[in-house]
Design a protein around this ligand. Structure first.
Ligand code: FAD
Ligand code: NAD
Length: 403
C-alpha cells in the first residue's frame, strides 16, 4: 500500500518541531515525510536582534537542519515555496513541485509596513539571517565612513516600534555602540539612538512596572523615546513622524530599523487561502477552515484567546507548542483516530532581553528584572534548542554565559 506523504513547509520553530516529533512518532514504513525550507539552515528568529546589532555572530544563531533530522524518516528539500495548490493537493516550489496527503504550513512571518511610504525601500527589518547581517553591516559602514563625510546623521539610528522586537534590539544596540565608537574612533556623544512608538506607551499591554524599568534602563544608556508618535514616511536620509495628521516632523537618520509590525507569509495570500494579513484563523485542531488535510501553524496561524477575544501574539513559544500538537494530530489521522487534539496555548510567560545581562519578564506569573530575568531568558533560549535538537544541539549552540 502507498505510504501517505506528509509535507512540512518551513523549518522554523513550528516546522522543525513538527518534523522532529513526527520522526519519533511514526515508523519508517508508516509515512513519507518531506521538510521544505529556503535555506539548508534553521535560524533562531528569537535571536535575530542580536545578530542585527552585531552582539552575536550570525553563525551562532543558525544550525544545519539535517543535524536534527532522522534521515531515514525525513527527506529534506532545500527550495522556496511559491504556491500551495490546495485543490490539486500539491505545492509549487521554485525548482520543482510536491504532492501531499497532509500538509503543514509553517512558513513564519514577514514584516508588515502597513503601506507606509518608503519603508520597504529604505528601512531595514529584523526578519531573517540575511536581513540581520545587512543591518549589522550597514551600521558598521555608517561608522566606518563617518570621518570621510563628518555627517552626524550617519550616526543616528531610528528604531520604529517599541514592541518586544524594538526593545530587544535597542538593548543590544546600547551594548554594541560603545564598542563601535572605540573601533572607529567616534565620540559616543555623536551617536543618537531614537525609538518612535505610535502607542501611548512602550511595550503596549505589558506590565507597567517592568516597562518603566526597561525605559529607564535604555534612557540611561542614551536612547531617546518618542512615544505616541507614528512613523508616517521613510526616505533614504531619515523618517517623517507625526502625532496627528498635521504635525509632521522630519528626523534625519542614517539607519532606520522598522520593528513595528508582523504578518504571515505572502505564500498564504498567493495561494488564495482566506486570511487576515496572511494569518489564517485556524480551526481548534489547527487545520485551515475548509481543508481536512492542511494544518497551519506559527506566525501564519491566528488563534483567538477566548478570554479576551483577541488573537494570541505570534510567538516561538506558541509555534513550538503547535508543532507538537500537529504532529500528534497527523499521527492520529493516519491511524484513523478522529478525536483530534484541540490546541490551547500554554503561555508560561514572556521575557524581554535588554542586552546580554539585563532583562524584564513575567514567568509563571512572577515578575523578574535584571540578572534573574536575563538568566531566565537564556534558559528559554536553550530550552528551544533542547526541545528540537536534544542535549547535543543545546551544548553546541546554547547560551551558557548566565551572569
Ligand atoms: P519561523 O521560525 O520564522 O520559521 C519560518 C521558516 O520558514 C524559516 O526557516 C524560513 O526560512 C522559512 N521560509 C519562509 N518562507 C519560505 C518559503 N517561501 N519557502 C521556503 N521556506 C520559507 N517569540 C517568543 O516566543 N519569544 C521570544 O523571545 C521572541 N523573540 C523574538 C525576537 C525577534 C527579533 C523576532 C523577530 C521575533 C521574536 N519572537 C519571539 C517571535 C518568534 O520568533 C516567531 O513567532 C517565531 O519564529 C514563529 O515561528 P514559525 O515557525 O512560524 O516561523
Ligand atoms: P508588535 O506588533 O508586537 O509591536 C509593534 C509596535 O510598533 C507596537 O507597539 C505598535 O504600536 C508600534 N507601531 C505600529 N505602527 C507604528 C508606526 N507607524 N510608528 C511607530 N510605531 C508603530 O511587533 P514585534 O515587536 O515585532 O513583535 C512581533 C511578535 O513577536 C509579537 O507577537 C511579540 O510578542 C513577539 N516577540 C516576542 C519577544 C519576546 O518574547 N521576548 C521578542 C520579540 C518579538
Amino acid at each position: 500500500m502507498k505510504k501517505p506523504k506528509i509535507v512540512i513547509l518551513g523549518a522554523g520553530y513550528g516546522g522543525l518541531m513538527t518534523a522532529t516529533k513526527l520522526q519519533k512518532a511514526l515508523g519508517v514504513n508508516e509515512a513519507d515525510i518531506v521538510l521544505v525550507n529556503k535555506n539548508d539552515y534553521h535560524y533562531e528568529t528569537t535571536w535575530l536582534h542580536e545578530a542585527s546589532a552585531g552582539t552575536l555572530h550570525h553563525d551562532r544563531v543558525r544550525y544545519d537542519i539535517k543535524n536534527v533530522l532522522d534521515r531515514n524518516k525525513v527527506e529534506f528539500v532545500q527550495d522556496t515555496v511559491m504556491e500551495i495548490k490546495a485543490e490539486e493537493k500539491k505545492v509549487l516550489l521554485e525548482k520543482s513541485e510536491l504532492a501531499y496527503d497532509y500538509l503543514v504550513v509553517a512558513l513564519g512571518g514577514e514584516s508588515e509596513t502597513f503601506g507606509i511610504k518608503g519603508l520597504k525601500e529604505y528601512a531595514f527589518s529584523i526578519v531573517n539571517v540575511n536581513a540581520a547581517r545587512r543591518i549589522r553591516e550597514h551600521i558598521e559602514y555608517q561608522f566606518s565612513t563617518y570621518h570621510d563625510e563628518q555627517d552626524d546623521n550617519k550616526l543616528a539610528i531610528v528604531v520604529g516600534g517599541a514592541g518586544f522586537t524594538g526593545i530587544e534590539f535597542l538593548g543590544e544596540l546600547v551594548e554594541r555602540i560603545p564598542k563601535l565608537c572605540q573601533e572607529y574612533d567616534v565620540e559616543q556623544s555623536k551617536v543618537k539612538i531614537m525609538c518612535v512608538e505610535a502607542a501611548p506607551t512602550v511595550l503596549p499591554g505589558f506590565d507597567p512596572e517592568l516597562v518603566k524599568y526597561a525605559v529607564s534602563f535604555l534612557e540611561g544608556k542614551g536612547v531617546e523615546f518618542k512615544i505616541g508618535t507614528a512613523i508616517k514616511e521613510c526616505a533614504p536620509d531619515g523618517i517623517k513622524v507625526g502625532k496627528g495628521e498635521d504635525e509632521i516632523e522630519e528626523i534625519k537618520a542614517g539607519t532606520v530599523v522598522w520593528a513595528a509590525g508582523v504578518r504571515g507569509n505572502a505564500v498564504i495570500e498567493t495561494s488564495g487561502i482566506e486570511s487576515m494579513r496572511a494569518r489564517v484563523k485556524v480551526e481548534p485542531d489547527l487545520r485551515a477552515p475548509g481543508f481536512n488535510d492542511i494544518f497551519i501553524i506559527g506566525d501564519c496561524a491566528l488563534v483567538i484567546n477566548e478570554e479576551i477575544n483577541r488573537p494570541y501574539p505570534p510567538t516561538a513559544q506558541i509555534a513550538m507548542q503547535q508543532g507538537i500538537a500537529v504532529a500528534k494530530n497527523i499521527a492520529k489521522l493516519m491511524r484513523n483516530q478522529n478525536d483530534l487534539e484541540k490546541f490551547v496555548p500554554d503561555i508560561k510567560g514572556t521575557v524581554c532581553s535588554l542586552g546580554d545581562h539585563n532583562a524584564i519578564g513575567v514567568v509563571y506569573g512572577k515578575k523578574l528584572v535584571g540578572t534573574p530575568a536575563s538568566f531566565m531568558k537564556k534558559v528559554i533560549d536553550n530550552r528551544a534548542l533542547l526541545m528540537i535538537g536534544g542535549i547535543s544541539l543545546m551544548l553546541k549552540k546554547g547560551k551558557f554565559n548566565f551572569i
